[in-house]
Design a protein around this ligand. Structure first.
Ligand code: ATP
Ligand code: MG
Length: 364
């Protein structure tokens, strides 16, 4: 059987730096675990613009549609701020998400014990935290029509956005959440504002429908998103999988991210419809951006990108066992006190560079 295929798009800024460490981890899996990937690498974002005059070449887009998974570093940087909107680096990423139709954005918020002091919350609230937020990514108020700024009847202006969801859009992201829950702790909490929004009423009904008809064995609860925000901060460990719309997901996932500490730790996955092999179309990337302030200095923490590869092992390559091995290794290295600059807290630790963190993870 052919090796599973992986397209790597390092991008800009610290993207290529952290991706170098991921490549070493991927090579390790080939050499030590017999887990080989058909890896190809290409340009995205500013790097692609510099070479091709576009942030995503059509050939790269076509390749992304064919592979089993895409792993992306980060895009953008001050050098590209002057560019026209149509060729900005971020447009490359948006095109990937849109054309691959990646409607389910998975953001784990996991608190490694060694970093529990690092969170903005009390240690007992976050220690051992491991939740997953599933955000609908391709519809809702960010895309609904009509939208615009129009003159009103009193000589002023009115700004309009439309929250719009269809049955199909809600059901497919709900399925992603229930599938995920089956691999985790069989528990989903759906969040909306059914008390004040029609789209929220439909959301609640359709999520319930998918549950009753397709996943009755998974525990489902519903919560208003404002209460959800409060509960996330008060007692986040009551949740396992949270599924919510594009706007609430944007806010709730940032909130959940800060439960865990540094931006340099957080992976993400964006999943689409199942392919012929049964696995979803998928793009994996760290939550952080290109970090121009530290690019080129060997300071970037590669863990978010390495954990993004772990998510690929779990969700695209059906190797949850190897993903858990990689995550446990990261946990051990952190417990040993190995720290890139962003993780260096008052208790100190062993300071390492980007490649030093890669060395420690490979050694462990
Ligand atoms: P984007 O618009 O692409 O999301 P941004 O400017 O909002 O980018 P980042 O590029 O993620 O945000 O950077 C925010 C801050 O976090 C910066 O100070 C950056 O140095 C820091 N940072 C981001 N990623 C990492 C990392 N992997 N390791 C260390 N520090 C990081
Ligand atoms: Mg940002």
């Amino acid at each position: 059987m052919a090796n599973p295929s992986l397209l790597i798009l390092p991008g800009d800024g610290i993207g290529p730096e952290v991706m170098t460490e991921v490549r070493r981890v991927i090579d390790w899996f080939g050499a030590k675990r017999g887990l080989n990937f058909d890896v190809s690498e290409d340009l995205v974002g500013g790097a692609a613009y510099d070479k091709y005059g576009t942030p995503l070449h059509d050939d790269t887009m076509a390749k992304a549609q064919e592979v089993d998974a895409v792993l992306l570093g980060a895009v953008g940087g001050p050098k590209y701020d002057v560019l026209d909107f149509s060729v900005k680096p971020e447009r490359g990423l948006l095109r990937l998400r849109k054309e691959m139709d990646l409607y389910a954005n998975l953001r784990p918020a996991q608190c490694f014990d060694a970093l529990a002091d690092f969170s903005s919350l009390k240690k007992d609230v976050v220690a051992g935290l491991d939740i997953m937020i599933v955000r609908e990514l391709t519809s809702g108020i960010y895309f609904g029509e009509p939208r615009g700024i129009y003159p009103d009847n009193e000589g002023g202006r009115v700004g309009v956005n439309t929250q719009r969801y269809t049955t199909d859009e809600i059901r497919r992201v709900a399925r992603s959440a229930f599938e995920l829950a089956k691999r985790r702790n069989n528990k989903v909490c759906s969040m909306e504002k059914a008390n004040v929004m029609e789209s929220g009423v439909l959301w609640r009904e359709e999520v319930q429908w998918v549950h009753d008809n397709e996943y009755p064995e998974v525990e489902l609860s519903h919560m208003y998103a404002d209460n959800g925000a409060m509960q996330l901060v008060r007692n986040p460990k009551q949740f396992d999988v949270i599924v919510t719309d594009n706007l609430f997901g944007d806010i709730l996932s940032d909130c959940a991210a800060m439960l865990t500490g540094s931006l340099g730790m957080l992976p993400s996955a964006s999943l689409g419809a199942p392919m012929a092999n049964g696995r979803p179309k998928a793009l994996y990337e760290p939550v952080h951006g290109s970090a121009p302030d530290i690019a080129g200095q060997g300071k970037a923490n590669p863990i978010a990108c390495i954990l993004s590869f772990a998510m690929a092992l779990r969700y695209s390559f059906d190797r949850g066992d190897e993903a858990a091995r990689l995550e446990a290794t990261v946990e051990k290295v952190l417990a040993d006190g190995v720290r890139t600059a962003d993780l260096m807290g008052p208790e100190g630790g062993v300071p390492v560079s980007t490649s030093g963190m890669g060395d420690a993870i490979l050694a462990a």
